[in-house]
Design a protein around this ligand. Structure first.
Ligand code: PLP
Length: 489
């Protein structure tokens, strides 16, 4: 089959055009049983392909027909041996990767700044995370990826580790020398699995960093929906056979996946793959050009700095994705959160994320000069508005320290727990996840010993209005800890 074809989407259209009388779910029956307001808004086209795994449409859980063909074309496009479609986001693909390579008591080497799906999977698996500190950029207040040297050190210290997970690229678009990391890890005969949530497009343009499959990684969870043009929540898992078995991946994927797989989502992966494979180079060329121009213009705005290739050169910042416009607003005397809110209220612009010092804006294959111009104009106005507060101050960057792990995250998650005031919790073992989201860097995970400096870090983020998420008590007055067993006299 050729990359011009979309077997799954075509099968859905063919089926719809036959107008079969449906005596199966979904009960809305092409929208006719649906509330008219939603039906009218969404439109009959989408509803007519909101179908279920009847024989002509194949079954994601045991693909033998059009889904298998669509997955094979995707594997070819991504340079993988097998590709699995996910209707549960990259989170579903990540959980599948982890549950495929580790089980109870197994060690897995992971960067600390992992997405929450990675920690959830580690709890499900009963595995032991060995954290590597990501390289920290104290000027920007962000963390990058992990360096090949730190992977080497971790493997020396934990030679019994069963796998290494790498985030490539990071949320902010930086990549380490993934090929070197893969060589180091493969020398130990264990797999490299990659969180490629922010890198679906990099395989499809020659000037972008190497993709996970190009670098020789064993598995990659790759968000087609984030930057690849498919529907929200759809994603793929790319697999190289050898250190992992595709059959095992299929069964784990199936265990974690709904039996009611959304065909509009699946079809959008099929068509996004075609678009990337056939037109990716041209579309990305335009987007890269737009982003490079935007970066230059933002850097001419007083008090703003849009990060670029000058940041490269450390072992964790080997290359970068130019489509990520990471804009430091600290010299304007405001937080990224204030900038986000200002852009929302004053320019009707929604950005990807903000933190204490930065905002992140994404330029994708869906943008044109018009949107980029609106952003630049808004940033100019924002700079003028806050100009009087502007001062170049030394950044006192606070990155949460990694607390010591006293018990496995799973044991802590299922242990007897109690809720105590956060302010008094130093020294206790945490029983829940607390993270700043986005971008989802854990401050505490279950099993870690609570430190005063991390209690202070939580307070600082809450006071700055940044979203600290995870604890049962969303006001963050209390924290759930492992119940202390008092001595009996
Ligand atoms: C680094 C990273 N990994 C994984 C994910 C999960 O992706 P999804 O939202 O598709 O489940 C995200 C989502 O933001 C992410 O930023």
């Amino acid at each position: 089959m050729s990359q011009l074809e979309t077997p799954l989407f075509d099968a859905l259209l063919k089926h719809r055009n036959r107008h079969p009388i449906q005596f199966h779910i979904p009960g809305h029956k092409k929208g006719q049983g649906m509330d008219p307001a939603y039906r009218e808004f969404v439109g009959d086209n989408v509803l007519s392909i909101d179908l279920i795994n009847i024989a002509p449409l194949d079954d994601l859980h045991a693909p033998k027909g059009v889904i298998m063909q669509a997955q094979n074309l995707a594997a070819q496009a991504f340079g993988a041996d097998h590709t699995f479609f996910s209707v549960q986001g990259t989170s579903g693909a990540i959980m599948t990767m982890i549950l495929t390579v580790v089980g109870p008591g197994d060690k897995i080497i992971v960067p600390r700044n992992v997405h929450k799906s990675i920690m959830s999977a580690i709890v499900f698996a009963g595995a032991i995370p060995i954290f590597i500190h990501p390289e920290v950029d104290s000027e920007l207040g962000i963390s990058h990826g992990i360096s090949p040297e730190s992977v080497e050190r971790a493997l020396l210290k934990y030679p019994d580790a069963k796998a290494v997970l790498v985030i490539n690229p990071t949320y902010f678009g930086f990549v380490a020398d993934l090929k070197r990391i893969v060589d180091i890890v493969h020398a130990r005969n264990i797999p490299v699995i990659v969180d490629e949530a922010h890198g679906v497009h990099i395989k499809f343009h020659d000037d972008l960093p190497l993709s996970a499959m190009q670098a020789g990684a064993d598995m990659a969870a790759t968000s087609t929906h984030k930057l690849g043009g498919s529907m929200t929540g759809s994603s793929v898992l790319n697999v190289r056979e050898g250190l992992v078995s595709a059959k095992r991946v299929q069964s784990v994927f199936s265990m974690l996946t709904t039996t009611s797989t959304s065909y509009p989502m699946l079809a959008s992966i099929d068509t996004a793959r075609r678009q990337l494979a056939v037109h990716g180079q041209t579309l990305l060329d335009d987007a890269i050009h737009l982003a490079k121009d935007a970066r230059k213009r933002i850097n001419s705005i007083p008090h703003l700095h849009c990060v670029g290739r000058e940041k490269l050169g450390t072992s964790a910042t080997y290359d970068m994705d130019p489509l990520k416009l990471l804009i430091s607003v600290k010299d304007l005397g405001i937080t990224g959160h204030v900038a986000e809110e200002w852009l929302r209220v004053n320019a009707n612009i929604e950005i990807e994320l903000s933190d204490l010092y930065n905002i992140l804006c994404l330029v994708t294959i869906g943008d044109s000069k018009k949107e980029v111009n609106l952003l630049i104009n808004a940033l100019r106005r924002m700079s003028k508005t806050f100009e009087s507060d502007a001062s170049i101050t030394e950044t006192n960057v606070q990155i949460p320290e990694i607390p010591a792990l006293a018990m496995s995250p799973r044991d802590a998650f299922y242990a007897q727990t109690e809720s105590i005031p956060l302010a008094l919790s130093e020294g206790y073992i945490c029983a829940e996840f607390i993270m700043v989201y986005p971008p989802g860097i854990p401050i505490f995970i279950p099993g870690e010993i609570i430190t005063q400096s991390n209690i202070d870090f939580i307070k600082m983020n809450v006071e700055a209005g940044l979203p600290v998420q995870g604890p049962e008590d969303s006001t963050l007055q209390n924290i759930r800890v492992i119940k202390e067993r008092k001595a009996i006299y």
